[in-house]
Ligand binder design. Structure first.
Ligand code: GAR
Length: 205
């Protein structure tokens, strides 16, 4: 059983969905740690309710950046975390953590990277930008986390037609439904199938 940490900042629908797929036996993993930067995140209440060891870690609560990074690494190591799954986590992962968990940190982004990504492009900001661009397709990207925002190798990607959407909110809802189907599938693929990484391309054997 793979030991995973989930990081989330807000509502936590992807986090709950992954937890659900684990409980149902679709993913043979265990969430051994939950981390949030936001003490009032609904995701945190859920994690606590479910008895998942949970921690609020933020530069607000730990202003010293060395101490902040060491705390994060310490938690990951003491729970023997193998994979970090980001589910609507809106903060940058410190470089030392990216380095310690190279190609073991996964994120879901609610658009088709490399478009509509990068700093400031998260949550509704993404859907607003996509909607305003006039594009008729958006999508979901599951990718490895590297030092640069939204630039790691792409693990799985799926397009979503937004031709009929009449607001960024409608885009968000349609994309979220696909996220909930796709994230558990992509994680299953990663955990169970051999693959190699060639530059930015992830090749499953
Ligand atoms: C999701 O749409 C996720 O893809 C997005 O935030 C939302 C979180 O919803 N993530 C990002 O924008 C990361 N850059 P949730 O809290 O209900 O899972």
């Amino acid at each position: 059983v793979i030991r995973i940490a989930c990081f989330a900042s807000g509502r936590g629908s992807n986090f709950r969905n992954i937890h659900h797929h684990i409980k149902e036996g679709y993913l043979s993993a265990r969430i051994v740690l939950f981390v949030t930067n936001n003490p009032s995140a609904p995701a945190l209440s859920y994690a606590v309710e479910q008895g998942i060891p949970s921690h609020v870690l933020s530069v607000k609560s730990i202003p010293d950046s060395r101490e902040y990074v060491n705390k994060m690494l310490g938690l990951l190591q003491s729970e023997e975390v193998e994979w970090i799954v980001l589910a609507g986590y809106m903060k940058k992962i410190p470089e030392a953590v990216v380095d310690a968990y190279r190609y073991r940190i996964v994120n879901i982004h609610p658009a088709l990277l490399p478009f509509f990504g990068g700093k400031g492009m998260y949550g509704m900001h993404v859907h607003e930008a996509v909607y305003q661009s006039g594009m008729q397709v958006s999508g979901v990207t599951v990718h490895f986390v590297t030092e640069e925002y939204d630039e790691g190798p792409i693990i799985y990607q799926e397009a979503v037609s937004i031709r009929e959407c009449r607001s960024p909110q409608e885009v968000a809802e349609k994309v979220l439904r696909v996220e909930h189907r796709v994230y558990p599938q992509a994680l299953k693929l990663l955990f169970e199938r051999p693959y190699r990484i060639e530059g930015k391309r992830v090749i499953f054997h």
